[in-house]
Design a protein around this ligand. Structure first.
Ligand SMILES: [Mn+2]
Length: 293
């Protein structure tokens, strides 16, 4: 059984329906997982930001223990602000073992606003900058004061909608951005292989954070922020085997808003994607068991 943790919050998004994501996935046919916890916002909240901070603290603590105890952990959002909790937990668990975290960020957007540049104020537009140490201290310093990611260990993939301030941010930090044009031109196979070979050579642990808006909205309509010209979910499934050469320590899937689904099409794709990630990592769990015995 692989541990799975839910964040049933849409407080960081403009449209809150993705808070129903974990429940929809829990009630789906997905098997082989053990639901550890699903975090919910309190019924009465005085202010969104403090609630997002409190929720991410809980998530970071839960993910931290899970990563120390298990070879693979899965997290289901919620809006993408939960990436702050998830990857703070993963990064600190790895740091305690003297390791750095690399992160593949699959998204239509850069999620690289800071409180100074955000036009909407929505925290789901800021998680990457936060993890790099830029943003409100209460969110950049979860579990420890250090930044959780180094820019050279971040790979943004599928980008096709962003504000100038975010582009400035990622360029200033020298982050490798695979814009959608490059992804379509070179194909996911080439890009995933290039990144995984690089991480393998550096013996770097990594995770995947997948925003549902990375995918083509004709196939995945269940998003509050559809951006056309995305990746077909089948292309992602067909290339997941590349991650089996060097498996991720954690996998996060976010922004699934069931109220925007069309006849469960997005749910069906989502379940296939999660099953594929679980299948790959069940292999390593077995190997770890054999080694332990
Ligand atoms: Mn996102």
């Amino acid at each position: 059984m692989i541990p799975i943790i839910g964040m049933a919050s849409g407080l960081g998004a403009g449209m809150g329906g993705c808070s129903e994501g974990p429940k929809a996935i829990q009630e789906s046919t997905l098997s082989g997982v053990e639901w550890k916890n699903i975090f919910h916002p309190q019924l009465k909240i005085s202010d969104k930001k403090s609630e997002i901070i409190a929720l991410n603290k809980k998530l970071a603590t839960e993910v931290y223990s899970s990563v120390l105890e298990n070879p693979f952990t899965m997290v289901i959002g919620g809006d993408h602000s939960c990436a702050i909790g998830t990857w703070s937990g993963v990064a600190e668990a790895l740091r305690s073992q003297g390791e750095d975290l690399a992160l593949l960020w699959l998204d239509a957007h850069m999620d690289s606003h800071t409180p100074e540049t955000t036009p909407s104020g929505n925290i789901h537009g800021m998680p990457l900058a936060t993890l790099l140490g830029c943003g409100s201290e209460q969110l950049t310093e979860l579990l420890s004061p250090q930044p959780k990611l180094k820019p050279e260990n971040v790979f943004l993939i599928g980008i096709r909608s962003y504000e100038e301030a975010e582009k400035d941010f990622v360029e200033r930090h020298n982050i490798r951005v695979y814009y959608i044009e490059e992804v379509h031109e070179r194909g996911l196979e080439t890009i995933f292989t290039e990144i995984i070979e690089h991480l393998e050579a550096r013996k770097l642990s990594y995770g995947l954070t997948v925003d549902i808006d990375f995918f083509e909205p004709e196939e995945m309509s269940a998003t509050g922020t559809p951006e056309k010209d995305g990746i077909h979910p089948q292309e992602f499934l067909d290339n997941y085997a590349i991650f089996e050469r060097h498996l991720p320590v954690a996998f996060e899937f976010v922004e699934f808003n069931p109220s925007r689904d069309r006849e469960r099409q997005s749910l069906n794709w989502t379940v296939k994607i999660l099953e594929r990630a679980l299948e790959a990592s069940a292999l390593v769990s077995k190997e770890a068991l054999v080694e332990a015995n």
